[in-house]
Design a protein around this ligand. Structure first.
Ligand code: NAD
Length: 365
């Protein structure tokens, strides 16, 4: 049996609830493909701060680097909101992404037909939506220096810096163009080149990379228009590539196409490393109630199989199980509307159904 080591960082709030479902599904599916998963679970975020006085330690970062494959839940919570910037749970997330060098964040936005009615948008607008957002993850305004707060003539002000270099843009562009080759062959680059210097650099760098991919069609869109187009006509997109800040905002908006933040997985890749996490946060409002939707975490485990373990069949096995659960009508509260054929379920009930399905080896459709 092949042995695979991964690190799991369940984190805070609903993080542990959804991560444990994802790990159970992942272990079951891997064993069917002759792979034994050795999981090291470590504290991260607020829970790590409570234990060690820091949201992540050097030892935890080293363990993640060594294993190269990390499954993360979510971090954060109101009890840690007043800590200084470096002690906050979110600081651990930024450090981990940076240290692993996972510069490209892949967020598939796929509307399952069984859920088309769960979105706040009209069914005919969203049905058939299937695109991939590739977000630059380790640069841009979240990391740019200088960043500081000062005062001028008694008036306090703050500065953040949006910085992109050509190499930073081009490496994430190549991830997007490679992904487009395996999908519909179209890349839409999103920027604010009519206003921002860093966006003009972004666009020029992307155009240079496009020359290496004559088989992929490139278009450009301004971010404000893109926010509108995602809601007006999401089916127009195949692969979208954009910077850290714009990608953060657009992907949350796009999540509503799928019905809930609880449906959106993500993969962050770069070099040999992979970090897999649901897009949602720690949802303190429902933490500990056993009602969290585990499907984004489970779908993140499918991406882990696809991108880090090169186990495409296992990935599809998990994705088909998710589809079957949705088709069965079971819904966690975030997705539930009282219509015939649907039934309210808690996290454990969804988990049990998923495990039954993956154990029966769901046939790809
Ligand atoms: P959130 O994503 O945690 O929650 C937003 C809303 O969506 C809440 O009503 C929540 O109940 C619901 N929701 C989210 N995931 C769900 C799921 N799986 N099932 C059912 N409902 C779900 O965002 P927020 O409330 O803005 O942030 C809460 C905390 O999470 C903050 O501390 C924030 O900093 C942190 N956060 C962490 C991450 C991360 O770890 N990657 C991402 C975003 C926010």
């Amino acid at each position: 049996m092949k042995q695979v080591d991964i690190v799991a960082l369940p984190g805070d709030g609903i993080g542990p609830e959804v991560t444990s479902v994802a790990l159970d599904v992942l272990k079951t599916v891997c064993s069917k493909y002759d792979t034994e998963l050795n999981v090291t679970e470590l504290p991260f975020g607020g829970t790590c701060y409570e234990q060690y006085g820091d949201p992540v330690t050097d030892e935890i970062i080293d363990a993640c680097k060594k294993s190269k494959v990390v499954l993360l839940g979510a971090v954060g919570g109101p009890q840690w909101d007043d800590l200084s910037a470096g002690k906050r749970p979110e600081a651990a997330l930024l450090r981990l992404r940076k240290e692993l060098g996972v510069f490209a964040n892949l967020r598939p936005i796929k509307v399952h037909s069984a859920l088309a009615g769960a979105s706040t948008l009209k069914q005919e607008v969203i049905e058939g939506t299937d695109f991939l957002i590739v977000r630059e993850l380790t640069g841009g305004v979240y990391f740019g220096q200088p960043r500081y707060t000062s005062e001028e003539n008694g008036d306090p002000f703050s500065v953040d810096t949006m910085r992109y270099s050509r190499s930073e843009v081009q490496r994430v562009a190549r991830v997007a163009f490679d992904a487009a080759r395996l999908r519909g062959g179209r890349v839409c680059s999103v920027d604010k080149a009519n206003v921002l210097e860093s966006s003009r650099m972004w666009r020029k760098s992307i155009i240079e990379v496009a020359a290496e991919y004559p088989d992929v069609e490139l278009s450009h869109m301004l971010v404000d228009n893109c926010a509108m187009q995602i809601i007006r006509d999401p089916k127009q997109f195949d692969v979208m590539v954009t910077g850290n800040l714009f990608g953060d905002i657009l992907s949350d908006a796009a999540s509503m196409l799928t019905g809930s933040l609880g449906m959106l997985p993500s993969a962050s890749v770069g070099g040999e490393n992979g970090l897999y996490e649901p897009v949602h946060g720690s949802a303190p409002d429902i933490a500990g109630k056993g009602v969290a939707n585990p499907l984004a975490a489970v779908a993140s485990a499918a991406l882990l199989c696809r991108y880090s373990l090169q186990m495409e069949e296992a990935a599809q096995n998990i994705e088909n199980a998710i589809l079957k659960v949705l088709e069965s009508g079971l819904r966690t509260a975030d997705l539930y509307t009282k219509v015939p054929g649907t039934q309210l379920a808690n996290t454990i009930e969804i988990a049990q159904h998923l495990l039954d399905l993956v154990s029966d080896n769901v046939v790809a459709e």
